[in-house]
Design a protein around this ligand. Structure first.
Ligand code: PMP
Ligand code: GLN
Length: 383
């Protein structure tokens, strides 16, 4: 059997969701909204099934969805994208990430990543025989240490993975930070896999795609997810925007992994991407409000909340309540005794890069307001 996969633990999201169910805890762990996405999209998907959208879709995606992805790139990022040669529809951003890394990496290549990081990047990179070079953001403000980042690059660097807006920190990279990253990519002639699934979930300064910076158009693979942009995480529809030569190779990986994605969902996502700007602004404003409710609540029970400018997630320092317990022990205790599930932040760090922080929990705020308030009330009653 494959030793890397054999040794890999079950994802923390599944572990904490199972614990939450077992103890009837409110699940602020796994990042999924607890309300339905837009009804008109669900209706479109249902109509498309009855309309006969039930056989294989084209390999790179339905033309109408590729067109909608290209239009969305133009509307929100000012990018001029060819829908026929530069867009690939995938089964979620998860598949998009795997296909992109497969397209880029050969054994011995190095990949620069920023910690804390989403849990699928490293196993795939290692499976491909490539070597991660990890750079840790500094707390409490999630500062990017530029010297360390520059040192992580070398002549063997093939790519960097950049997640902005970022899970689990809620960091949104600034233009200055992106400019610095772009200078390194240019200098080392490297690519960037840009995980932008939270592109529409920023709570202040808008998200900037690295792909829009000078010389980055040919180096960046930009990944989006209908799950996050439309609160439909179960649909697993993702999309890649990449320069044609790269997109052609990514399409081969996609061909080997899944070949095609459910056509009725693709039709509905094409419809969703064409929603007016108010839809996207409201999505972000609603989520910012939820962030505020949860953050204020966490502060009211004595936790220190770290800055969050985007995504579904905020990190909190548990020291005041944890009585010396580490994040994993405290997350279990909070689930079982207080009835609130979270994710211990050490799960987003790799032990190869030194001891992970043990004093942080990630809280998901993509939940209904009364659920967030109930979670805070439970923690207050328990603390
Ligand atoms: N990247 C990040 C940063 C995520 O948080 C997630 C999941 N929420 C994904 C990728 C995977 O997205 P999808 O559900 O579309 O596969
Ligand atoms: N992306 C979601 C999160 O970060 C979880 C996705 C999953 O469960 N695989 O919570």
């Amino acid at each position: 059997l494959n030793p890397l996969l054999e040794a890999q633990p079950t994802t923390i999201f599944t572990v904490m969701s199972a614990l939450a169910r077992q103890h009837e805890a409110i699940n602020l762990g796994q990042g999924f909204p607890d309300t339905e996405g837009p009804h008109d999209m669900v209706q479109k998907a249902a109509d498309a099934l009855l309309d006969g959208q039930n056989q294989y879709a084209p390999l790179t995606g339905l033309p109408e969805l590729r067109q909608a992805v290209a239009e969305s790139n133009a509307r929100f990022q000012g990018l001029n994208i060819n829908p026929d040669s530069e867009v690939i529809v995938t089964s979620g951003a998860t598949e998009a990430l795997a296909a992109s890394l497969m397209a880029l990496l050969e054994p011995g290549d190095e990949v620069v990543l920023i910690e804390p990081l989403y849990d699928t990047y490293l196993p795939i990179i290692r499976q491909l025989g490539a070597e991660p070079r990890l750079v840790r953001l500094q707390q409490p403000d999630w500062t990017l240490p530029q010297d360390a980042l520059a040192k992580a690059f070398s002549a063997r660097t093939k790519a960097m993975v950049l997640n902005s807006p970022m899970n689990p920190t809620g960091k949104v990279f600034t233009r200055d930070e992106l400019t610095f990253i772009a200078s390194l990519l240019r200098h080392y002639n490297a690519y960037a896999v840009c995980d932008e699934v939270y592109e529409h979930l920023t709570f202040g300064a808008p998200h900037i795609s690295l792909m829009t910076l000078p010389d980055m158009r040919e180096r960046c693979i930009r990944i989006g997810s209908a799950g996050k942009s439309f609160s439909l995480t179960g649909w697993k529809v993702g999309y890649i925007t990449a320069p044609a030569p790269l997109a052609g190779v990514i399409a081969k990986a996609h061909q080997n992994l899944v070949f095609a994605t459910a056509p009725n969902l693709q039709r509905a996502v094409a419809f969703g991407l064409r929603k007016d700007t108010t839809y996207f602004a409201t999505l972000a404003a609603d989520m910012a409000h939820k962030r505020d409710i949860l953050s204020e609540g966490l502060r009211s029970v004595g936790l220190e909340v770290l800055p969050c400018h985007g995504s579904y997630f905020v990190m909190a320092d548990i020291a005041p309540l944890a009585a010396g317990k580490d994040d994993v022990a405290f997350a279990h205790q909070l689930t079982i005794e207080a009835g609130v599930a979270t994710i211990p932040a050490s799960a987003f760090y790799d032990s190869s890069n030194g001891t992970p922080p043990r004093h942080l929990l990630r809280f998901a705020f993509c939940k209904q307001e009364h659920i967030l308030r109930e979670a805070i009330a439970r923690i207050a009653a328990w603390a």
